[in-house]
Design a protein around this ligand. Structure first.
Ligand SMILES: *[C@@H]1O[C@H](CO)[C@@H](O)[C@H](O)[C@H]1NC(C)=O
Ligand SMILES: *[C@@H]1O[C@H](CO)[C@@H](O)[C@H](O)[C@H]1NC(C)=O
Ligand SMILES: *[C@@H]1O[C@H](CO)[C@@H](O)[C@H](O)[C@H]1NC(C)=O
Ligand SMILES: *[C@@H]1O[C@H](CO)[C@@H](O)[C@H](O)[C@H]1NC(C)=O
Ligand SMILES: *[C@@H]1O[C@H](CO)[C@@H](O)[C@H](O)[C@H]1NC(C)=O
Ligand SMILES: *[C@@H]1O[C@H](CO)[C@@H](O)[C@H](O)[C@H]1NC(C)=O
Ligand SMILES: *[C@@H]1O[C@H](CO)[C@@H](O)[C@H](O)[C@H]1NC(C)=O
Length: 690
């Protein structure tokens, strides 16, 4: 055994090898020389190998990095200038063979995965000084394979995607969900669906946005443990179909863009990827409330009730942009004639309403029930969506029975439907229509259409086009790439409850979400919700009085108001508050909204904006889901809690004047007003003064 002795500085002979210091330097020549030479050679070789290895890996690292994106075999990250990760994607369906990657002209390509050949590339595009985009595409070359990339939503706040039954702002998901078709659905009837309005677009507080390519057979899943959204492309067990003549090779392609701040990157994405409306709907709809028969009378509506409703509106001194005659005025679903029992004097009725100054819109939908007079017509003329073989009409189950769905990819079906709507218009002077449904989830799982639909949600887009001739006052509830249908889009029906599940608290998150998806003429549906017996708070059959008042106040600050349960169903106090807020809507809100609506045609920017729009430096602003902005200079903070006559308010940096006339001068930064008093007949709002 050696004993290690601590040597002094310069002592080269430790331990038992201690030699007399005077011994001749190269005393025992031969062996050490050979040893040293060998060692030297080895060292030099090692250095060469290390150097080669180093340069190769440097080159590889160079290849695998494109701008701020770093590619690894199982995913990629995008960094900001400071080196922090601001975007992360994991490859889930396979990993890349990095040796197969090369870079040329700013395009990074790989053509092998661990499972075989594929086409993969990342292309960088710098459309503006302040924006950097990465086009990513992973294409499988074998038919049965699917592609899945999982996007991390950890560490940031995300917005966009779809309307949901439980709507949160920022977005949030619960549990785990395997990827399912990202198609329009009715969350009122099926709370697991994706909503009536959706787009393949997400935006994060880290100034990063992702748009999935239209050509992708896109399925979305999630995992709240791993904190990822799962983006999947597949044709197996899927309603997506390859384009005619193409093999079902799954391809996942998308564009990730990074900008200076969240507002500017969002503006960039909207201008680049979303359609924009080309006109503003009728001004009067922005100014005066719509009155619908639905929550009040449901399907029991008739001529007498409609006339009474109209005269009550006038008697109580309210304005009305139009009366909306909802479900159901026909004998069968899919007919366009009034039920003679319920509406014995249709022409006289419409004449009377007209004489009293009312415009009227009618409810309509894409279904023709099997027991309606028009079902035969639809079958004979092949107007319906058909089962996969294309031989027979497909039957679907919707909330009012079983029937066929008009095939809006078929010009003949479009014309048949449109001609009936036109006839109602000319015959009775109907001003417009409430286009209900239109979701892809009401198509059969497997189906065929006149023009094949690669992406089933295109059905929604085709349906929304039917509203174009009536756009002035038309109301749609579904939308997919439909931002250029210049109509009001309403939120899906609400229950008469306070919470996030289709209740009062869900309204701001839902409105902000569809604003981010590019839909700006927003109708937040009926004040107080649907008033369905078993989904309504309150014992009188009416929505709870306090809930109704808070709902009314919030609606007054939305682009349009819609009543159904009338204020006089409660008491004079409620009528007073309703008059105050409809008047405030008309004088304070509508002029601003109309000005912003004009700008939407140029920019596509939201009318109703999240607080981060003007407060993007402040993390707290990204989490606020109970306040919003109208444009940049009117901030609204409604009370959304039962029993509360005060609330905490986040006031962004700036000079503000409250509705009570107080001045706040907080140029240095945002402030919180805690327990700010807001009476039952008030809503807190603040106007920017500089
Ligand atoms: C991303 O956003 C989160 C939340 O806003 C923030 O905490 C984090 O610092 C951001 N990361 C970077 C790199 O900007
Ligand atoms: C996106 O889809 C279009 C067709 O819709 C296609 O032409 C384009 O190449 C696709 N982009 C990528 C990056 O795959
Ligand atoms: C999310 O981010 C936090 C903080 O950066 C980290 O501690 C945590 O492990 C992350 N979670 C997941 C699932 O990545
Ligand atoms: C309404 O129709 C009913 C039944 O057809 C008829 O008896 C009545 O006279 C009509 N009233 C008006 C005002 O036209
Ligand atoms: C809307 O945009 C689409 C392209 O995405 C276009 O085909 C259509 O003609 C545009 N206009 C209207 C009114 O639909
Ligand atoms: C609520 O009422 C509807 C229609 O009357 C009924 O179908 C449903 O089962 C009821 N739900 C509950 C939870 O009672
Ligand atoms: C009705 O409209 C008039 C004229 O635009 C307006 O002055 C009035 O305040 C409105 N009334 C209510 C109750 O909204």
């Amino acid at each position: 055994m050696y004993q290690i002795v601590q040597g002094t500085v310069g002592d080269l002979y430790p331990g038992t090898f201690v030699k007399p210091p005077k011994q001749k330097r190269w005393g025992r020549q031969g062996r050490p020389m050979v040893f040293a030479t060998i060692l030297g050679v080895v060292l030099v070789m090692a250095a060469i190998v290390a150097w080669c290895y180093y340069t190769i890996s440097l080159r590889r690292a160079e290849i695998l990095k494109t701008e701020q994106l770093h590619l690894k075999k199982d995913g990629f990250t995008i960094h900001n200038q400071g080196g922090d990760v601001i975007f992360q994607m994991f490859f889930r369906s396979g990993s890349l063979d990095l040796d197969s990657c090369s870079k040329e002209n700013g395009i990074l390509r790989c053509d092998q995965s661990e499972a075989g050949k594929l086409n993969f590339f990342v292309q960088t595009v710098r459309p503006k000084d302040t924006v950097m985009c990465y086009r990513v595409r992973w294409e499988e070359l074998e038919e049965s394979r699917s592609v899945e990339h999982a996007m991390s939503f950890n560490g940031s706040h995300w917005y966009g995607g779809a309307e949901q039954a439980i709507q949160r702002w920022p977005m949030s998901v619960e549990g785990r969900e395997a990827p399912k078709p990202f198609i329009t659905g009715d969350v009122y009837s099926n709370r697991q669906d994706f909503g009536s309005i959706l787009e393949r677009y997400w935006l994060s507080a880290n100034a990063t946005a992702i748009k999935i390519n239209d050509s992708v057979p896109f399925h979305l899943g999630w995992d709240d443990q791993e904190k990822v959204l799962r983006f999947q492309a597949r044709y197996n067990d899927s309603p997506y179909k390859p384009l005619p003549g193409q093999a079902p090779l799954a391809e996942l392609s998308y564009r990730v863009c990074v900008g200076r701040d969240v507002t500017s990157i969002h503006k960039y994405m909207v201008r680049r990827y979303f359609n924009k409306p080309n006109k503003v709907p009728s001004e009067v709809v922005f100014r005066q409330p719509i009155w619908s028969t639905w929550a009040l009378h449901k399907t029991a509506v008739d001529q007498e009730k409609l006339l009474k409703y109209a005269s009550d509106i006038q008697k109580h001194g309210f304005n009305c942009s139009h009366l909306e005659l909802d479900d159901r005025y026909t004998s069968g679903y899919g007919e366009f004639e009034f039920d003679p029992e319920k509406f014995p004097n249709v022409s006289t009725m419409f004449q009377r309403l007209k004489d009293d100054g009312f415009q009227v819109s009618l409810w309509t939908h894409p279904f023709v029930n099997y027991d309606s007079a028009n079902f035969d017509v639809g079958v004979k003329r092949k107007l319906f969506v058909r089962e996969p073989s294309g031989q027979l009409p497909a039957l679907v189950n919707w909330w009012n029975g079983i029937g066929g769905v008009l095939d809006f990819t078929n010009p003949e079906a479009r014309e048949w439907y449109a001609s009936h709507l036109r006839a109602l218009k000319t015959r009775y002077g109907i001003s417009s229509f409430k286009f209900d449904a239109g979701e892809t989830s009401y198509l059969p799982k497997q189906f065929s259409t006149f023009s094949p639909l690669h992406d089933p949600s295109t059905f929604t887009r085709r349906y929304t086009e039917m509203a174009i001739p009536f756009n002035d006052r038309a109301e749609l509830r579904s939308g997919y790439q439909s931002q250029n249908i210049s109509c009001f889009f309403r939120l899906i029906d609400r229950d008469s409850v306070w919470g996030y599940e289709l209740g009062l608290k869900s309204i701001i998150p839902a409105v902000l979400t569809i604003s981010i998806l590019g839909y700006q003429f927003i109708l937040p549906d009926m004040i107080g919700g649907n008033a369905y017996p078993n989904r309504t708070l309150g014992s009188t059959g009416l929505p709870d009085r306090e809930l109704y008042i808070r709902w009314l106040e919030l609606s007054a600050f939305m682009p349009a108001m819609q009543f159904s349960i009338p204020p006089w169903a409660y008491d004079d106090g409620v009528v007073e508050i309703a008059r105050k807020f409809t008047a405030l809507h008309e004088t304070l809100v509508a002029p601003r909204v109309l000005e912003l609506a004009g700008e939407v045609l140029d920019t596509g920017d939201p009318i109703i904006r999240p607080l981060w729009w003007i407060s993007s430096e402040d993390e707290a602003a990204y989490k606020i889901d109970s306040q919003f902005l109208i444009g940049d200079d009117l901030m609204v903070a409604p009370v959304l809690e039962p029993g509360k006559q005060e609330r905490d308010i986040y006031l962004p940096a700036g000079k503000w004047r409250s509705y009570k006339g107080e001045h706040f001068d907080n140029m240095k930064g945002p402030v919180y007003l805690t327990d700010y008093p807001v009476d039952l007949d008030e809503i807190a709002y603040f106007v920017w003064t500089g």
